[in-house]
Design a protein around this ligand. Structure first.
Ligand SMILES: [Zn+2]
Length: 101
């Protein structure tokens, strides 16, 4: 039977393994979703970018997601910068927000 400290050790080991896989870029894609978001929002550390880069070399799915999010961000920034917001839009958003509260 496992003793309590064994379980603690196993849990710690699992955490270390997950961290190692994360750093090596071989963890599950879900581990990188937050990282992708941070990179898109310019909130990532150089270390995190390195982890993500390693993963992207092996994972087309996350690479596509990153590219899509970056394109989306660019498109949104472009629209915000160069297009006037339709007059009724701001009001209808305000109305929706106040209705949902
Ligand atoms: Zn992935």
């Amino acid at each position: 039977m496992l003793k309590a400290w064994d379980i603690t050790r196993i849990k710690r080991l699992n955490k270390d393994i997950l961290q190692a896989r994360f750093e090596a870029g071989t963890a599950d894609c879900s581990e990188y979703i937050e990282l992708i978001q941070n990179v898109v929002d310019n909130r990532s550390t150089p270390e995190q970018e390195l982890y993500l880069k390693r993963h992207l070399k092996m994972c087309l799915k996350c690479l596509n997601k990153l590219n899509l999010d970056l394109e989306l961000k660019k498109a949104i920034q472009h629209k915000v910068r160069y297009k006037d917001v339709p007059v009724g839009l701001a009001n209808s958003i305000r109305k929706k927000i106040s209705n949902s509260v």
